[in-house]
Ligand binder design. Structure first.
Ligand SMILES: Cc1cc2nc3c(=O)[nH]c(=O)nc-3n(C[C@H](O)[C@H](O)[C@H](O)COP(=O)(O)OP(=O)(O)OC[C@H]3O[C@@H](n4cnc5c(N)ncnc54)[C@H](O)[C@@H]3O)c2cc1C
Length: 385
């Protein structure tokens, strides 16, 4: 007698980019229910300043993995299965054309996250339930989701709750959560300079990593690409910590003084850094270059080449991704399945993976969601309820 198979029921907790992408991958072969307590893909709207930086134009998966301070090695297998080119193919398939900016960030041609969201939602053919999942309970033959309004049985469950809420679900099932802390954020510092000043190509060294990018001074510290990278690499460091900024690179100040004896010190330095900032870092800025003492020159040189700032805390702004989440040791990188609870999967920001600014965090969503879906569809079992 022929066995009767029906479409397996899959529950996805979280209708952000990761949960929705997983749903899309499964929708033709499974009955998919997405539990989203707010609105599906709402979190996509703010990405890329409303433009949605949906991927990064690095097509070698090992090179791409280098942009993730947490998760680089884990992502080798994930990104080898689904990477930048696959992301672009998906978006083309749902009617989102893209372009690559000079800095390799990839955006929709419409420059509109709202447009991406609309097209993505139109391509989804799954059931959405506006309920908050509270707990996942394993039972013989499957997993049950208990929500604030009811309980539902599934053969497999994907947890895609993002980095801001929902760790309790994983914790309840015995998973270890690496302490969450914000990354890709502005930083509060002890010294504060004129707000709004941007310094180009500032260098700093974090451990063995040399970073070079633009920095923006804010009312209480620093922001901009370099600050976000620092916040990412130092996300697990205790506050306060000290950073040293090289603002100008190699320069011969004495030679410049000799060539401009009548210029004031702050005017000369104003050629190297923005003028309002020059006035703030010049000791005795009104004296003429010909009168600069060795002590003042040294102090100025220190400010330009190794400006020390004490970082006191994060200060918000930026992409704000979570460093931390479900411990990677407890997830199989080849399948995104929990090593503790069979048929339980994780994808997106809920796991302890985070990347720099530039499309890497959404790429993590697409890729981990794809791998989870791929494994669910490979392992389709006969429903037992
Ligand atoms: C301002 C900003 C700009 C950003 N810009 C970019 C960018 O341009 N490029 C980039 O790559 N990354 C960007 N990011 C990061 C990126 O948005 C996130 O990494 C990504 O949204 C994570 O997707 P996710 O699906 O894992 O989680 P989320 O997007 O957080 O989605 C999780 C969803 O699950 C729902 N949920 C949570 N708990 C429950 C529960 N118990 N029951 C039911 N539903 C639940 C939430 O309501 C939410 O909708 C940005 C982030 C921010 C904050």
């Amino acid at each position: 007698m022929e066995q009767e198979f029906h479409k397996p029921c899959i529950g996805i907790i979280g209708g952000g980019p990761a949960g929705c992408f997983c749903a899309y991958q499964l929708q033709n072969v499974c009955d998919v229910t997405v539990f989203e307590m707010t609105s599906p893909l709402k979190t996509l709207l703010v990405t890329g300043g409303g433009r949605c930086n949906l991927a990064h134009a690095e097509y070698d998966f090992k090179e791409l993995a280098k942009f993730y301070p947490r998760g680089e090695k884990f992502l080798y297998s994930v990104l080898s299965k689904f990477s930048t080119a696959d992301t672009l193919e998906f978006f083309r398939a749902i009617g989102v054309e893209t372009y690559t900016q000079q800095d390799n960030r990839i955006f929709p041609a419409s420059n509109s996250a709202a447009d991406v969201r609309e097209k993505f939602l139109a391509a989804l053919n799954v059931t959405f339930k506006k309920e908050k999942a509270l707990r996942v309970n394993p039972f013989e033959g499957g997993l049950e989701i208990a929500t604030d309004s009811g309980s539902y049985k599934f053969e497999s469950i994907v947890v895609a709750v993002g980095g801001h809420a929902g760790y309790n679900i994983a914790k309840y099932l015995g998973h270890n959560i690496i302490d969450p802390s914000p990354a890709l954020v502005g930083l509060k510092t002890d010294k504060v300079f004129t707000s709004g000043v941007v310094l180009k190509n500032v260098k700093t060294k974090i451990g063995k990593t040399v970073l070079q990018d633009d920095i923006l001074f804010t009312h209480n510290g620093i922001s901009g690409p370099l600050a976000f990278k620092i916040s990412s690499l130092m996300a697990r460091e205790k506050f306060p910590y000290t950073i040293t900024l090289d603002l100008t690179g190699e320069i011969d100040l004495q030679e410049r003084f000799n060539a401009n004896p009548h210029k004031t010190l702050k005017n000369l330095v104003g050629e190297l850094v923005p003028k309002s900032f020059a006035a703030e870092i010049c000791p005795s800025g009104d004296i003429k270059c010909s009168q600069v003492s060795a002590k003042v020159r040294e102090e100025l040189m220190k400010n330009l080449r190794s400006l020390e700032l004490k970082v006191l805390s994060t200060s918000g702004g930026g992409e704000v991704v979570t460093c931390g989440g479900v411990d990677l040791k407890e997830i199989n990188p080849k399948t995104m399945e929990s090593k503790l609870v069979p048929h339980l999967y994780f994808c997106g920001e809920v796991v302890d993976i985070d990347g720099f600014c530039g499309g890497f965090n959404l790429q993590n969503c697409w890729s981990t969601a794809f791998v989870a879906a791929e494994n669910i569809t490979h392992g389709l079992r006969r429903s037992t309820f």
